[in-house]
Design a protein around this ligand. Structure first.
Ligand code: ATP
Ligand code: MG
Length: 431
């Protein structure tokens, strides 16, 4: 079973060499008495040509019957052919159909809902294949960066009894008759773990019961979260920009072909080098006002306003020091101005907007207690979180990165649904 090559290697192999390939028929057409197929495997496409005299009547007939998306095995000789995609062609000497395909429902030009209903088949497309590879590389590079920098990967739970980001977007689950929630963020658990491991991260699904379908919200997404003891907001922002530079430059190096398939403008990605520009929330409000947005200090803003802000920057940029009233209780109040918290968002350019939200955490017991009460929560629900401030509290900071958000930006996607194999948003849980 193992002496099969991959298409990408076949395309760089030397003419005359014998090669075995397996995959799916992406396209098939007849020219005279020859059958041409474009064979697809996980790595790409190669043209294969079959003639009855070479492969025998039985094999030839079976390929004649095989429709698009049938799975096949072929053995043949590599030939140079400038007309074939990739410049190489496989002259088949033997082959067989492994699994016949029925009439494949995706023929091109279908609408979004149809393609979502047939996501299990649409995932074979060149575009989604390229996005999934880019996402894989982003996750790999994030892991690389943080592990090499001394952070531990940890595994926090998904079923939780406390809200991190507020009650409005919680999914409730029946847990042996008791209500629990699907995690919105691993943050509180990571905060526990820094007292043992100091620098930790996790990659978990997070769940947000977002009411509306937007181009950047999923109800289930993958969340890359970091948390570090002995780290203030300024230090964490430096780690953040260095790691994002590492990821983007790494994708440019390792996923050139996929970025090309997606027609991503790579010039703007090449510019992604630390340090990133920084503005305060107050400056962001001023920029928005100058652009005709009616918004005043103290109000929150969303995707549309972020898109306006991104016009002023070619790089990802930080927005810092938000009003305490629009941010969660765990963000530390600024020492110099108690109206604002030591929080930061990282916004991706080209209209993409927020990909990261982070902050220094409140580490003082009394202040945290009063912030929990100020926002109308019951301190009893947070006893273990408060305990962390009673037993050797340390300054600490962390952030959350939406893996589909960064994938969407780096791959240049219109919509976040294409950054995840099986998107979940309102009214959609299939396939
Ligand atoms: P937004 O304002 O865009 O709704 P948020 O501020 O509510 O996001 P955070 O609670 O800060 O999000 O979550 C941290 C990160 O998780 C965000 O910066 C984003 O990258 C990602 N994220 C949050 N909500 C979603 C979602 N519904 N779908 C996909 N990614 C999300
Ligand atoms: Mg946020």
């Amino acid at each position: 079973m193992s002496n099969y090559a991959k298409v990408e290697n076949a395309l760089t192999g030397s003419p005359g060499s014998s090669i075995k390939l397996r995959g799916w028929i992406h396209r098939k057409f007849h020219v005279g008495k020859k059958i041409f197929i474009w064979l697809r495997d996980s790595t790409g496409y190669i043209q294969c040509v079959l003639e009855e005299e070479k492969v025998g009547k039985e094999a030839f007939d079976s390929f004649e019957r095989a429709r698009r998306e049938s799975s096949v095995e072929v053995e043949g000789v590599l030939k140079e052919d400038s007309r074939a995609p990739g410049g190489k062609e496989l002259e088949v000497v033997s082959g067989r159909v492994v699994g016949y395909s029925e009439d494949f429902p995706i023929k091109g030009g279908e609408g979004v809902e149809f393609l979502l209903d047939n996501r299990h088949l649409w995932l074979r497309s060149t575009q989604l294949n390229a996005v999934m590879k880019i996402k894989h590389t982003i996750i790999k590079l994030l892991r690389d960066y943080y592990i090499n920098d001394g952070w531990y990967e940890t595994t926090p739970p998904i079923l939780t009894s406390s809200a991190v980001e507020g009650g409005a977007t919680l999914f409730k689950v029946d847990y042996f008759g008791e209500p629990v929630f699907l995690s919105q963020s691993a943050q509180f658990y990571l905060e526990v773990l820094i007292f043992s491991l100091e620098k930790v991260f996790s990659i978990t699904p997070s769940f947000r019961a977002e009411r509306s379908r937007t181009r950047r919200h999923l109800s289930e997404y993958y969340h890359f979260e970091v948390e570090a003891a002995w780290m203030d907001m300024e230090e964490l922002m430096k780690v953040t920009e260095r790691s994002i530079e590492y990821v983007v430059q790494g994708v440019l190096e390792e996923r050139q072909r996929e970025l090309e398939i997606l027609k991503r403008n790579v010039e703007s990605l090449r510019k992604v080098k630390a340090p990133f520009p920084r503005i305060t929330y107050t400056e962001a409000i001023e920029i928005l006002q100058r652009n005709g947005v009616s918004i005043s200090w103290g109000e929150d803003y969303g995707a549309d306003e972020e898109a306006i802000l991104t016009r002023s920057f070619e790089l990802p940029f930080f927005v810092t020091f938000f009003p305490r009233s629009i941010k969660p209780f765990y963000m530390k109040l600024s020492e110099s101005d108690e109206r604002v918290v030591k929080g930061f968002d990282l916004l991706a350019p080209e209209g993409y907007g927020e990909i990261i939200g982070g902050s220094q955490r409140e580490d003082n017991y009394d202040i945290l207690l009063s912030r929990i009460q100020e926002q109308g929560y019951d301190p009893k629900d947070y006893y273990w979180y408060l305990d962390l401030r009673r037993f050797g509290s340390v300054p600490h900071s962390g952030y959350g990165l939406g893996i589909e958000r960064i994938t969407m930006w780096v791959a240049g996607l219109e919509h976040i649904r294409d950054a995840i194999p099986f998107p979940r948003f309102r009214d959609r849980t299939k396939p």
